[in-house]
Design a protein around this ligand. Structure first.
Ligand code: PLP
Length: 414
């Protein structure tokens, strides 16, 4: 366990991310505040991938030779790392996909299209990322099920006082993000799981933003499905995870068909392999999965708890500093019910212009609807600016963000 509040320790950790130590074409030092879009990768992950390609690369579960064995071991070790990270009971409940989007599509196809019926309800809410909305719209269209929404409060939380008005026995699944990628809201997934189960519904959790910040345990929180992306967890792109309870995964239909996912194929039919292979058709992202395993091992070595404590404190500081900027409105709930994601608008400055001006100061943020059009519609905004933090950021970088926003305001007030 590392003490990230100790400056020397923090600097040692920061040095593991060489990409962060660079001067941009503007001559400014990079301040990377776009982790919610994709996290940077520590040397450990890059080394793992390089070593895989230099030493171990071979297709998995097939080659009866040493390289094939080694790569298969790396892949299956990574699966065990994910199981432990999520607190899942069995390694067979961990399916490697290409990312959160594919994991949620897999549930919407494999479970939704098989088990939803006309008159059933899928319960969503307006703060979801498109990846946890559109697959359900399509599943509902295909089955005749309906979409309902949990109302939001004006400060951007799920209105739990109104949950009973929308959560009844018609609801077959609640699909919810554990942490909003725009509002930073941390949703009460354990309570939602309990309330969903009380009416016989399942819960599918989008963990894209929460899992990298240590908030989810599928057994403790009684979660049925959970999705996250490797690239937001300091791992490579191209790999993601679907956790599903064994009975559910066994009852579901595969989403993709082809090699590896079969038990037996005849001239005109096929049967499916056991979990998790049933959902891993074709050659999967095995090197990326090994890289994700390295990322999890790295985070474990620092300790998720110190990371959470450091990010919590940094987010508090960022919230305070941003609140000092005149005419800046932070979207979402007040401290402490939020993670280290700050979407905001500055009166009179378009978010795209703001991010452009910040880029000239070396500060990398994101502007747009962040794949949450229904949320932005509700807020009456076409776009917002978003700064997102990780344990490799520090207060100085938050100060740079605030100074850059103040400078941008001056440009627009001339
Ligand atoms: N869900 C949330 C909350 C996200 O923030 C994102 C990505 O930004 C996704 C889903 C989609 O993740 P991916 O593009 O890695 O599939």
């Amino acid at each position: 366990m590392a003490d990230l509040s100790d400056d020397a320790t923090w600097r040692t950790i920061r040095a593991e991310f060489p990409i962060l130590d660079q001067t941009l074409r503007t001559g400014k030092k990079l301040v990377y505040l776009d982790t919610a879009a994709t996290a940077q990768k520590p040397n450990r992950v890059v080394d793992c991938i390089r070593q895989c390609y230099e030493r171990d690369n071979s297709n998995v579960h097939r080659g009866i030779h040493e390289l094939g064995d080694r790569m298969t071991t790396l892949l299956e070790d990574a699966r065990e790392q994910v199981r432990e990270l999520l607190g899942a009971r069995e390694v067979e409940e961990i399916v490697f996909t290409s990312g959160t989007t594919m994991s949620l599509n897999l549930v919407a196809h494999g479970w939704g299209r098989k088990f939803l019926r006309a008159g059933d309800v899928v319960l969503l809410n307006e703060m979801e990322h498109h990846a946890n909305l559109v697959p359900w719209y399509e599943a509902a269209k295909a089955t005749g099920a309906e979409i309902r929404h949990i109302p939001l409060t004006t400060d951007g939380r799920l209105d739990m006082d109104q949950l009973d008005t929308v959560l009844d026995r018609q609801v077959k699944l609640v699909a919810v993000t554990a942490m909003s990628n725009v509002l930073g809201t941390i949703n009460p997934v354990a309570e939602l799981a309990r309330r969903a189960h009380d009416v016989g519904a399942l819960i599918a959790v989008d963990g894209a933003q929460s899992v990298p910040h240590g908030m989810t345990d599928v057994t403790r929180d009684q979660i049925d499905f959970l999705a996250f992306s490797g690239h937001k967890f300091y791992g490579p792109t191209g790999v993601g995870v679907l956790y599903g309870r064994r009975e559910l995964l066994e009852a579901m239909d595969p989403f993709l068909f082809g090699g590896h996912m079969i038990r037996e194929v005849t001239r005109d039919s096929a049967t499916w392999a056991d979990l998790p292979a049933k959902f891993e058709a074709g050659t999967g992202p095995f090197i990326q999965a090994a890289g994700l395993g390295a990322a999890i091992a790295y985070i474990k070595q620092i300790g998720m708890e110190p990371i959470m404590a450091y990010e919590h404190e940094l987010a508090r500081y960022a919230g305070e500093r941003l609140a000092e900027v005149p005419e800046l409105t932070i979207l979402g709930p007040a401290w402490p019910d939020r993670g280290a994601i700050f979407s905001f608008v500055v009166e009179g400055v378009h978010p795209h212009d703001l991010s452009d001006l910040l880029d000239r100061q070396g500060v990398a943020i994101r502007a747009g609807h962040h794949c949450t059009m229904p949320l932005h519609d509700r807020l009456g905004l076409a776009a917002s600016a978003r700064a997102s933090l990780a344990f490799y950021n520090n207060r100085e970088e938050v100060d740079s963000l605030v100074e850059a926003i103040l400078a941008a305001r001056r440009v627009f007030r001339r």
